[in-house]
Write a protein that binds this ligand. Structure first.
Ligand SMILES: [Fe+2]
Length: 183
């Protein structure tokens, strides 16, 4: 039977019962991203960048995320583990650590389609899509992504402020508008 969005969520939920949920979720995403055609069939084609919630409760959030070509999301933290399974394009992660008065860059990682990235709960990262195609992924978090209190920072100034989803939504909207205007 063809893979459906509910199956993806059910497999992530089952992974929470394993001894080390974050690693069990990684294994689930490893298997899923090996079949990008099956995932596209289950989740639909990507026509614009954005975040779609497939599931969220107190223990688990599953998001379908498409980064628009050319967009970059400023540094932020999750305060819960996260597993990113790429199945289209590539996302470029930059990492940071807290220092007095802000952040300091601390390396990065390019995650191409077919790769899975595990982020510990204290990770601070920014994400960019430098390619001319959507970067498409499943993002799975070990908690309620939308309710946890956490911070984000400006690019450049590294000034800390509370995470602002409205601002994130506008970043997607502006990137989508720029991409649609491309010749
Ligand atoms: Fe993130």
């Amino acid at each position: 039977m063809a893979l459906a969005a509910e199956d993806i969520v059910a497999r992530c939920q089952a992974a929470l019962d394993e001894h080390t949920p974050v690693l069990a979720v990684r294994d689930v995403l490893d298997e899923l991203v090996a079949d990008p055609v099956g995932l596209e069939h289950a989740l639909g084609p990507v026509e614009s960048g954005g975040i779609r919630t497939l599931h969220h409760d107190a223990d688990l959030t599953v998001l379908h995320v498409a980064w628009t070509p050319g967009m970059a999301l400023n540094p932020h933290e999750h305060r819960m583990w996260a597993v990113i399974g790429m199945y289209g394009g590539q996302e470029d992660n930059a990492f940071y650590r807290r220092v007095a008065g802000g952040l300091e860059p601390s390396g990065g990682k390019e995650v191409p389609a077919g790769d899975v990235l595990v982020l510990g709960d204290d990770v601070i990262h920014s994400v960019a899509n430098s390619r001319r195609e959507f970067a498409v992924a499943l993002h799975v978090y070990g908690g309620d992504f939308f309710s946890a209190a956490r911070s984000e920072w400006d690019f450049g100034t590294y000034e800390e402020r509370p995470r602002d989803f409205e601002r994130t939504r506008r970043i997607f909207e502006e990137a989508n508008a720029r991409w649609r205007e491309q010749p």
